[in-house]
Write a protein that binds this ligand. Structure first.
Ligand code: PLP
Length: 487
């Protein structure tokens, strides 16, 4: 009933969901404090509905959405895993949510201690010397890290170092952050096995080298086996190594960016550490550094004094400065802290082991009827190519849309850019063997359909509340607000 109506269309004049008790105190008209030009002339046209209709409306909308609680969500590079619900409850504790940022460090010792201890935990998991939890997203962490690289070179008066090398498999935020930090991106090629092409790396190095940005495992889901060699080449040329640690799901408790030779990195707490990625935030992209870069971290530093008190250090002459108001997105930190503490060192390691096991299991099963681009052991994700289907006139997009008919979220599509018709799968550690098997059978049926009924595939989805959307029109002419005058 009224399935795709917006809430304004469901409105009935004078229908009320909630009534307030009669006012028993003198009324104050606050309008006199507001300049006339800001005062509303006509009353707001808000929808009028009963309480049950409001609830039905929003529950109906949420049912149209797909989340990890509705089914498998194998969106590569984004780690859409199930996060323990109890961590949401802990982040909601009044002691954490009711604290005002201006309360001062003396009266916020508990929260500051959580930040301090989380910094230490992340340092231990990644092998970095120190962390700042200020950045509010992965890309924000990248920008902060690149600003640190810049500050480091400028401190040694090496102003000529303006180039950052970025592999062609990199996440799109990498070159964007490089530009924002005032550097120039130099793309380096991947070799036939999906790793950095060492010859191209050597050829790209000159005295303008500021650093290299690397994701490991990379966005093909492959471990960079030459990382020690790469680190040596970059360091010898006076460059620094940046680690894009958005996805730690494959390596926690097994290998550490710090030990691989990285100087600076970011993490996405909102992927690996108990906050779901997507939905527009909030996020947290802590930036971590090796010892020589610690003086350049964002200010203030949160540290434990000799008396055990947690204090803020503003006396950091080499710091890149503040990158976020107050201390960053604190609620996300509470969840990460609770997650790491409850999992323990052993639990965190088993997350990675199972994430890698699940990805390899899924890859092995899909290989029976799909082409896997780099046929070697993968880490937490892998990339298949829809190129053989394309020859039959069916695209990766068609497959992705058809999956929606089975109440399954599509994999990441058309990324990384170096794989044709890419489909990037990341099952995560929280999927059971049964749900992976079910997903494989759905994929098998869809691939069969490419031969038997391609037209049906090309017009999918068929069972969703709206059919195939015109994404070009949605991007070019978006309708973002309800307009009652619409014809
Ligand atoms: C998600 C992701 C980012 C960016 O993180 P945001 O929080 O979305 O800014 C960067 N690099 C990689 C590899 C990612 O997967």
């Amino acid at each position: 009933m009224g399935k795709n109506k917006v809430i304004f269309e469901k409105s009935v004049n004078n229908r009320i969901a909630y009534s307030l008790p009669e006012c028993d105190v003198p009324e104050h008209n606050l309008n006199k404090y507001i300049p006339d030009k800001f005062l509303r002339v006509n009353s707001a046209e808000l929808p009028e509905m009963s309480e049950i209709d409001v609830l039905r409306h929003f529950i109906g909308l949420s049912n149209k959405n797909h989340g990890v609680l509705s089914g498998i969500y194998p969106l590569g590079s984004c780690t859409m895993k199930y996060n323990p619900a109890i961590n949401e409850e802990l982040a909601k504790l009044a002691g954490f949510t009711d604290i005002h940022p201006f309360i001062g460090d003396e009266n916020s010792q508990g929260s500051l201690k959580l930040i301090y201890e989380l910094q230490k935990m992340l340092s231990e998991i990644t092998g970095m010397h120190a962390f700042s939890l200020q950045p509010a997203a992965g890309a924000h962490g990248e920008l902060s890290g690149l600003m640190i690289i810049k500050a480091y070179h400028e401190k040694s008066k090496e102003y000529n170092r303006t180039k950052i090398l970025v592999p062609d498999s990199a996440h799109g935020t990498n070159p964007a952050s490089v530009s924002m930090a005032g550097f120039e991106t130099v793309q380096i090629k991947s070799d036939a096995s999906g790793n950095v092409d060492i010859d191209d790396l050597r050829a790209s190095i000159d005295d303008k080298l500021a650093g290299l940005m690397l994701t490991n495992p990379n966005t093909l889901g492959l471990f960079e086996v030459n990382i020690k060699n790469i680190a040596e080449i970059v360091h010898e040329a006076g460059g620094l190594l940046y680690y894009d640690g958005a996805n730690q799901n494959a390596i926690m408790g097994i290998s550490r960016p710090g030990d691989m030779g990285f100087d600076v990195m970011h993490l996405n707490l909102h992927k690996t550490f108990s906050t779901p990625h997507g939905g527009g935030g909030p996020g947290s992209g802590p930036v971590g550094v090796s010892e020589r870069l610690a003086p350049f971290l964002p200010c203030p530093e949160i540290y434990a004094d000799n008396d055990g008190k947690i204090r803020l250090n503003y006396d950091m002459p080499d710091s890149i400065g503040r990158v976020r108001s107050f201390y960053g997105n604190f609620g996300v930190m509470v969840k990460a802290y609770a997650y790491i503490l409850s999992m323990g060192a052993h639990g965190v390691k088993s997350v990675s082991e199972n994430a890698v096991l699940n990805a390899n299991y899924l890859m092995f099963k899909l290989k029976e009827f799909m082409k896997i681009e780099y046929d070697r052991k993968c880490m937490h994700e892998f990339v298949a190519t829809g190129a053989p289907l394309k020859e039959k006139g069916v695209s990766t997009l068609d497959v992705a849309k058809r999956l929606l008919d089975f109440s399954v979220h599509a994999p990441t599509v058309y990324f990384p850019l170096i794989v044709k018709e890419a489909m990037m799968f990341e099952p995560t550690e929280t999927e059971s063997k049964e749900s992976l098997d079910e997903f494989v059978e759905i994929m098998r049926d869809i691939i069969k359909e490419a031969d038997e009924n391609p037209e049906y595939l090309k017009t999918a989805p068929h069972n969703t509340s709206v059919g195939r959307l015109d994404d070009v029109k949605a991007a070019r002419k978006p309708i973002l607000a309800w307009n009652s005058d619409k014809e």
